[in-house]
Design a protein around this ligand. Structure first.
Ligand code: BEZ
Length: 256
């Protein structure tokens, strides 16, 4: 999902997203297990991207709809899964016609700022007792990649992402009336597809803000420098392995 509050908006290439970055939703199936959707439950997939996890949720018998801020993602999702309901909507101010039993969100909320607005929108959309099951990048996520780019570019604060600690995010959820029943920070080194191209492809796919202001030629020069810098740390001899850290939580909207 695209954020609307960074200087360099993320531009999504849906074909590349699906071809080379399918791990984004493949890892998301563990989060579906945590949600434990029940047949007939109304579930919103917040930041559904191209819809693969929305479809997996629907396959459990739940009544699922997906929203994403990116119109191209939604068009692709609707084309692949015409029987499901998708809409373009911003995580910070979406509304639902009818409160839902659960909101599911995988690998999205690190793009969304301010996080308070997204949490408020989630709370507004949940039934009392409804659950929010979420995973996204936690504190330290892709730290080595960001630091490498900042070091080589001799610039600071290039990261556009929100990667909170457990305590920070749990506090935010509680402030808005959710009770946190599960929280974990999970180191998940993530192999990148496409062998030698993996890191460069990841940066081109997700790292608009890190590469901002560079010409096409300068991007290629930077990518070669980043690869040389990170090879000892993030290349296992066969492939690039990104230093992902996931923040995973379950929270329940208070009935009171
Ligand atoms: C993530 O899923 O953790 C992530 C993806 C793209 C950019 C930053 C983080």
């Amino acid at each position: 999902m695209a954020s609307d509050s960074v200087d360099t908006p993320q531009v999504w290439d849906t074909a590349r997203y699906q071809d080379q970055h399918s791990f984004v939703w493949q890892y998301g199936t563990a989060l579906i297990d945590l949600l434990a959707p029940q047949p007939g439950e109304r579930i919103l997939d917040l930041g559904c991207g191209t819809g693969q996890l929305t479809q997996a949720l629907a396959a459990t018998g739940a009544i699922v709809s997906g929203i994403d801020a990116d119109a191209a993602m939604i068009a692709t999702a609707q084309q692949h899964y015409p029987e499901l309901s998708f809409a373009v909507a911003d995580a910070c101010n979406f509304r639902v016609k009818q409160p839902v039993d659960a909101i599911f969100s995988n690998a999205v909320l690190h793009w969304v700022k301010p996080p308070e607005q997204a949490v408020q929108a989630v709370v507004n959309a949940l039934k009392p007792g409804g659950r929010f099951v979420v995973e996204f990048g936690g504190k330290g996520n892709v730290h080595a990649i960001v630091k490498a780019v900042e070091t080589i570019r001799q610039q600071e604060n290039l990261s556009p992402w929100y990667f909170p600690r457990i305590g920070e995010y749990a506090h935010l959820l509680e402030t808005y009336g959710l009770e946190v029943t599960f929280a974990a920070m999970i180191d998940r080194p993530t192999p990148l597809n496409d062998g030698e191209q993996g890191l460069a492809n990841w940066l081109k796919m997700f790292g608009n803000a890190l590469l901002a202001g560079l010409s096409t030629d300068d991007v290629e020069v930077l990518l070669r420098e980043v690869e040389a810098f990170l090879r000892p740390q993030l290349h296992d001899g066969r492939q690039w392995v990104a230093d992902y850290r996931r923040l995973r939580l379950v929270a329940i909207k208070s009935s009171a």
